[in-house]
Design a binder for this molecule. Sequence first.
Ligand SMILES: [Zn+2]
Length: 336
Amino acid sequence: MKMVKNLGLGLMGLGLMTSAQAWTQPTHTKIVKDALKYMGSEFATAQQRRAYDIYVDAAGSEEAAANALGKAVSDVDDFEDTNLGAWYVGYNYQPSPYSLGGIVLSAYGVTVNYTSYWHFLDLVHGEDAHGNAHGGYYSPNVYRQNSDDPAALEDLAAEYYLSPYKLKDSDYKSTEAHYRQGSYSSYSQYQNFDEMPFQPVDHLGMYWYGQFKTAPTFAVIGYSLHAIGDASQPHHVHVSLGYDHAGWEEWVDGRYTEYNDFTRVTDILPAYNAQKSFQDITLQTGNVAINYPQVLTDDSFATRDDAASSLIPTAIAASVTVLTKGINYFYGEGGE
Ligand SMILES: [Zn+2]
């Protein structure tokens, strides 16, 4: 119990101080806030409720805990930890406002942050260049698609604007090293955007979940939950920036309250097991999202409604599982 008491202090002391993407940032936040709310609801199991009590006690209120988690899960999209460039243009974490790409993007009001290239989980192609069974974003995938499934304009545009650029050496040594998670890697793989095998988003989540086990804060468990949210978005497991990626995400955000049904979450939760590894929980979530490829090509209400009715409760259920697993760990019950 002493460990648990310290955990509460850690969450309180560190967590609250921290201040095109998958799902909009508000949707990520809503999913995580709902996960916490669920854990304090009549639907919760004893373990979920125990975890809820610890988060809420540490923050002082459910609202404070939800805000801390909600901010963290959203902050991941704003990390400035992935700079691409070359000696002759310098390195930036987003297109330079003076570059052609930057001018075009700002004309369309689009914000791009290169950190989002770590937010994909490829469940379509096979093993990646790191030896991962499932890789992440990989620009050459646009050439590997067959003619019935042409590369999206957005992926071709990224490839066109970024193809000569390399990953900044210091980001390879920090960001990539964090997300390597035991896989093979070499800086030579990051010399040209065209060939960069970005590490998959389950690794991003594994890294931050690992940090939580070492020094628990709302920030790091919130960051890990970003991987769960991204894995539940079909564009992220089909690995494409295009196919109305942003339009679909905006659509879901606008109708979120029609899909965060706790009865559905309760139906889905028994399929999740908090004893499984963080990676397994993320892959399980991605394997639900992969069943909704139609949202990439069909923007009809029926298609989107069908997908969102499954994916939002799934994302909430998976987030409940991780939030519970994180606290279980400090009771020696964290599983894999
Ligand atoms: Zn993301």
